[in-house]
Design a protein around this ligand. Structure first.
Ligand SMILES: NC(=O)c1ccc[n+]([C@@H]2O[C@H](COP(=O)([O-])OP(=O)(O)OC[C@H]3O[C@@H](n4cnc5c(N)ncnc54)[C@H](OP(=O)(O)O)[C@@H]3O)[C@@H](O)[C@H]2O)c1
Length: 310
């Protein structure tokens, strides 16, 4: 089969085109393009069918496992595909590792080192028990997230643009430092002993539940990441689509009950709004995939992220 690869402006990307066998898939084509143009490794390529001039619709994206033949008329043995360069890509493991490693190491800097001298506080700093527990709680959370990234999550094969590493690191590293600055501050006023115990106790319970939610999500896929998207079931997933986000939000609420800083609550609000947007999209995707038609199961009635509100 003759394949012509053009850019979005119509320029030929692989000079002279490519010759592939009739059973070749889009993944085989990506490999062949990579062989000819070293810069475009497969995850950097987005392959679509060309749109007729003037048409404003979204183009058909080639699925990597589908045969190229399935995109052309029965007797045709040639195809033109449009290649979009997605830019440098990284795996989700790399992205997650870098975003979590910052808060894990930056937070203890504010606890252990005399950083407040540089902000004009010369006096002796008394460390309250709540500040010490907050350090353990914080580090446990980010250590857990890194361990889950490497040993629990079964990511699909998607990658993320390299630029997201910088964006996400800016988000996690700056919020981490912002919260650490106030919770470890020499003028910090601790909450009552009871409030601290309720906050950390509740938060820890939510962290453990969050871990269990991640284990349930992991079991929806085979070890090589195949299996696509399934209906999550069991534990809190029987009530809410994104139970992992619900428990994540509540564990930050627990941390904030125990530490009570404006910085911590600002983070809670921002994180909740981000996760709510993602949860709405994930809920929509599952409802679309499991529409109850043509033998497909129907997605059960569930809350999206924060029962009984959403
Ligand atoms: N503090 C914050 O601002 C913040 C924000 C977001 C997340 N988080 C934390 O980070 C964790 C991971 O976040 P995330 O957005 O990566 O979570 P996620 O997309 O819901 O899921 C984590 C893993 O489970 C897989 N998965 C999800 N739904 C699935 C389904 N229906 N069928 C099969 N596999 C499924 C995902 O696959 P794919 O690889 O295909 O996605 C991914 O590998 C969250 O649970 C939360 O604890 C924190």
């Amino acid at each position: 089969m003759k394949v012509t690869v053009v850019s979005r402006s119509g320029r030929e990307v692989v000079k002279g085109g490519l010759e592939l066998n009739d059973s070749a898939t889009a993944a085989d084509l990506q490999q062949a393009i990579h062989k000819r143009t070293k810069k475009f490794y497969p995850s950097r390529q987005r392959l679509t069918l060309p749109l007729p001039p003037g048409l404003k619709e979204k183009p058909v994206v080639l699925h990597y496992r589908k045969a190229l033949k399935s995109y052309v008329e029965e007797n045709s043995d040639s195809i033109t595909v449009v290649l979009k360069d997605l830019g440098p890509q990284v795996s989700y493991r790399t992205l997650f590792f870098w975003e979590y490693v910052g808060p894990l190491f930056l937070y203890p800097v504010f606890y252990f080192f005399p950083v407040y001298r540089y902000f004009g506080y010369k006096g002796e700093r008394i460390i309250h028990p709540g500040q010490t527990y907050a350090l353990y709680y914080w580090c446990f959370h980010y250590f857990k997230r890194i361990m889950e990234t490497f040993f629990v999550h079964r990511f699909s094969h998607a990658t993320s643009p390299l630029s997201n590493v910088f964006r996400n690191c800016a988000y996690y590293w700056s919020f981490g430092s912002y919260i650490a600055y106030y919770v470890n501050h020499p003028l910090y006023t601790p909450v009552s002993d009871l409030q601290m115990k309720i906050g950390f106790g509740f938060g820890l319970l939510c962290q453990i539940s969050n871990f269990y939610c991640h284990v349930l999500l992991r079991n929806l896929r085979s070890p090589d990441g195949n299996g696509g998207y399934q209906i999550p079931r069991g534990f809190l997933f029987n009530i809410v689509t994104c139970a992992n986000y619900t428990t994540e939000i509540y564990q930050w609420l627990g941390f904030n009950i125990a530490t009570q800083t404006v910085a911590g609550y600002v983070f809670l609000v921002v994180a909740t709004s981000i996760m709510t947007n993602w949860a709405l999209a994930k809920h929509r995707r599952l409802k679309k995939l499991f529409d109850g038609k043509d033998g497909r199961p129907k997605y059960p009635r569930r809350w999206v992220i924060l029962p009984p509100f959403l």
